[in-house]
Design a protein around this ligand. Sequence first.
Ligand code: FES
Length: 159
Amino acid sequence: MELRKEIEDIKNQFKKGESAIIPALHKVVEKYGYVSEEGAKVVADVLEISLDHVISVATFYQFFKLKPVGKYHFQICTGLTCMINGALDLVHFFNKELGVKENEVTEDGLFSYEIVQCIGCGDKAPAVLMNDQRIEGLKVARLKEMIEEFRSKEGKEPS
Ligand code: FES
């Protein structure tokens, strides 16, 4: 379904356009993988609110990305407990093995990462969110296996 139509349907479920911003932004992410400018403009237009307001809402919530991310986006906790249990090893893996810095996407479009603070599972550190999935006690060896599994699933050659 066209994005505009989907956002109109969302708008019709709410009394005020303002209340529909977050579900509408989720639709944009479903379509583009992030909050694209084009998508944000459709949200502003359909909900009859300013583009600045739509962007400010998207910026406020960490789960909305304003730039493209990999299909498999990792949020790596570098809170104290995760840090002393090897979180930086995961960051270095992305930097050295996958050749990407924070918020960059691998050439195949599959992987990206960002650093976050405590996500509430420091007893099984280091903790990571991979898209919506929480992964606890993630070590480099397992991360490497996961990357290869995802590459294989997506029909990409192992590195
Ligand atoms: S310190 Fe990493 S999840 Fe809390």
